[in-house]
Design a protein around this ligand. Structure first.
Ligand code: F6R
Ligand code: MG
Ligand code: MG
Length: 385
């Protein structure tokens, strides 16, 4: 691998938290930090930053080993094990939750943690935003990422800046089939939307600049429940978006989050709610274990060193977005256990609801209503008066 290439890796996991699924204990963050500090000393990684959003510990690391590297994934696994150990010692809640396997086997993908990584040749000034969300799923990024890289009403540069006027390539991943497709924007914009409008299945995984193939974004696509085959929590995704100088500006990237769109997750991973952009100090979930929230950290990367972060949603300019999110939260909460607040039946399959429905299965008896419905359909088809 050539020397000037560096890799930015975010690996995150919920390995237990304080007071329910609320936030990690500071000792857990300290334990993870210690592991990464030692690795930095040894030279495995160039730099790192440890933080959290809600109950998920976020490891932000730079190194020269490329994506999916066993040393880096192994290091993250070790850091999460250390944080999980603290959780067990303090009897915190759901200790070790996302570590689905006992043993690490070279790559954390499929073992529980979420991963977003980009290998890049550092630009003259490498401006990057890392996004970290809690109480939602990877598809939550579909709408904002689409708007950042394909919607000229969001990103003025798509129209004005010749370096991105050709558009971007979206790699869309089908989480059920494990397949992906690359689609061009703006030409195939409607095809992209036809897929990503179903965020529980089709997830934007990577975005490339069309003119030179530069990778501009990466989103974690791990879906815990599909991996484990049962409900273990939502997937609480992360994303990396590179900015400026022929890519969307920081302000264009953040603009896509000024609308608190509805995402799946929230309480018990079973409810739609608004995605609320918050500063780090509010990256703790409370009301109904939410509402789902997201932080944005701004960085410059200098020969692999992480300069920053800037806490980008810590701005009054997002106050109205937060207020609207609260109003939407209040409105949708009034629906209680009813759809469309509660997710639809396909999504509920991966929650604990099927266990409840199973108990009722044998208590259903055939009734007259079946015939009533039949007669009604016959009436509609005109076969009977
Ligand atoms: C959602 C989440 C929480 C829990 C809820 C119940 O992703 O983590 O909303 O689902 O607090 O948790 P348990 O089942 O652990 O009592
Ligand atoms: Mg949790
Ligand atoms: Mg979480």
């Amino acid at each position: 691998m050539s020397e000037e290439k560096i890799t930015l890796s975010i690996i995150k996991a919920d390995v237990g938290s304080l007071a329910g699924h609320h936030m990690p204990h500071p000792d857990q963050l300290a334990a993870a930090t210690k592991v990464l500090a030692e690795a930095k000393q040894k030279g495995t990684i160039i730099d790192f930053y440890v933080t959290h959003v809600g109950d998920d510990i976020q490891l932000i690391m730079t190194h020269r080993k490329g994506v999916d590297h066993p040393d880096i994934h192994g290091l993250a696994w070790e850091a999460f094990q250390a944080a999980a150990k603290v959780a067990r010692e303090l009897k915190l809640y759901a200790a070790g939750q996302d570590l689905l396997s006992e043993a690490f086997s070279g790559n954390v993908r499929g073992l529980g943690p979420g991963v977003a990584e980009i290998e890049m040749i550092e630009r003259k000034s490498e401006t990057v935003i890392t996004f970290h969300a809690d109480k939602t799923e990877p598809g939550a990024f579909n709408l904002p990422i689409f708007r950042i890289f394909a919607d000229p009403f969001n990103t003025a540069g798509l129209v004005i800046d010749p370096r991105m006027h050709e558009g971007f390539i979206f790699e869309v991943y089908d989480v059920f089939e494990g397949k992906s497709v690359k689609l061009n924007s703006p030409e195939e914009m409607y095809d992209i939307l036809a897929l990503i409008g179903t965020p529980g299945r089709y997830v934007i995984r990577r975005v490339y600049r069309k003119s030179d193939g530069l990778q501009a974004a990466a989103v974690s696509v791990e879906r815990l429940n599909l991996i484990a085959g049962k409900y273990v929590g939502k997937d609480d995704p992360v994303a990396i978006v590179r900015a400026q100088h022929g890519l969307p500006a920081v302000g264009e990237i953040l603009e896509a989050f000024a609308f608190p769109h509805m995402v799946a997750g929230w309480m018990r991973g079973s409810h739609f709610g608004p995605l609320m952009p918050v500063p780090q100090k509010y990256a703790r979930v409370t009301r109904f274990d939410g509402p789902p929230r997201i932080i944005a950290l701004g960085w410059n990367i200098n020969k692999g060193k992480l300069i920053g972060p800037a806490d980008l949603f810590d701005d009054v300019a997002f106050d109205e977005t937060r207020r609207l999110a609260q109003q939407i939260a209040e409105y949708i909460r009034r629906h209680g256990p009813f759809m469309p607040h509660r997710l639809g039946p396909e999504e509920m399959e991966y929650t604990t609801l099927p266990q409840v429905l199973e108990k009722l299965k044998d208590r259903f008896v055939k009734t007259e209503e079946v015939h009533v419905i039949k007669r009604h359909s016959e009436m509609l088809s005109g076969t009977k008066e």
